[in-house]
Design a protein around this ligand. Structure first.
Ligand code: PXG
Length: 288
């Protein structure tokens, strides 16, 4: 496998970063997870815009243009002969002495891994997923904005561990006020009386690229959609529930904390959303 690392393609065995990189020492860096579908990098421009926003939020000045990063991303897919896959684009603060000051690091690093993707089992999409709510709360959005896709995912990882301990593949994370934020690596949506609802970023949700796509799809298929504060009570009484993310795409949820949601099967609005999503992934984005 060839990895793009600071302007060059190198074999994966040589793709190494320093132990003094602050991305490793402090989680000081940002990333994007992007999908390649049949030679189409889905919404690449939106991912690179979010990367720029994350960089700006942590005062990391990226010395590369959006076009340069886009070209490197597409080239990483071509170099590895991929038509379908998963792209991990990482920008670290770079190498610096010990101490958390980012000004110790004069040069940020960038690397891009284009690889095959591990998908959820197909039956999650046909039968629906069973998930749980975990005790680990989402970090308060005033302390650390959930919109920053940073290299520090411990909050989500702790929740993921708890999900697994409860035998679930994904978990709902509530924020410190008890409102639904998101899942460990996915945004959450519910359907109630024909309307799609999802928490806003301030309640602890990443501004997901797939989430944005659901807003466009809802408009396309004529289903009202809005951001709304959501509690577990709302989910218990939802007609449908589904998760979205770059890896998960859109996946239905039929049980939460052992309680059946809606009819206990993937719902009709979800089916329309998924159908529209699978059409869009082939047309919206950048050809490699
Ligand atoms: N919330 C969180 C916390 C995420 O990490 C999403 C929502 C969905 O956002 P997108 O932009 O993907 O629709 C994410 C994205 C992985 C992996 O390797 C995780 C994500 C994306 C791709 C791969 O586990 N999380």
């Amino acid at each position: 496998m060839k990895i793009y690392l600071d302007g060059k393609f190198v074999d994966s065995a040589e793709a190494k970063v320093s132990v003094f990189d602050h991305g490793l020492l402090y989680g000081d860096g940002i990333f994007e997870g992007i999908r390649l579908y049949k030679g189409n990098v889905f919404r690449l421009d939106a991912h690179l815009e979010r990367l720029e926003y994350s960089a700006k939020a942590i005062l990391l000045k990226m010395p590369w243009s959006r076009q340069e990063i886009a070209n490197a991303t597409c080239e990483a897919c071509r170099q590895n002969g991929l038509q379908d896959g998963y792209i991990r684009l990482v920008v670290t603060r770079g190498v610096g002495d010990l101490g958390l000051s980012p000004w110790l690091c004069p040069t940020p690093s960038i690397f891009i891994i284009a690889d095959k993707i591990n998908l959820y089992p197909a039956e999650y999409y046909t039968k629906g997923m069973e998930i749980v709510t975990v005790p680990t709360r989402r970090v308060n959005s005033a302390a650390f904005s959930p919109a920053i896709k940073s290299l520090n995912y411990l909050n989500n990882i702790l929740a993921k561990i708890e999900a697994r301990q409860f035998g679930a593949p994904e978990a709902i994370m509530l924020n410190d006020q008890g409102y639904v934020g998101e899942c460990t690596g996915d945004n959450i949506f519910m359907v109630h009386k024909g309307k799609i609802l999802t928490p806003c970023a301030q309640q602890g949700a990443l501004k997901g690229i797939t989430r944005d796509t659901i807003f466009d799809i809802a408009q396309e298929i004529g289903v009202p959609i809005e951001e709304h504060d959501l509690t577990r009570y709302d989910l218990w009484n939802a007609d449908e529930c589904f998760l979205t993310g770059t890896a998960a795409e859109a996946v239905p949820v039929v049980k939460l904390d052992g309680r059946q949601i809606g009819a206990g099967t993937p719902g009709p609005i979800f089916a329309r959303v998924l159908e529209a999503f699978r059409r869009r992934v082939l047309t919206e984005g950048t050809r490699i």
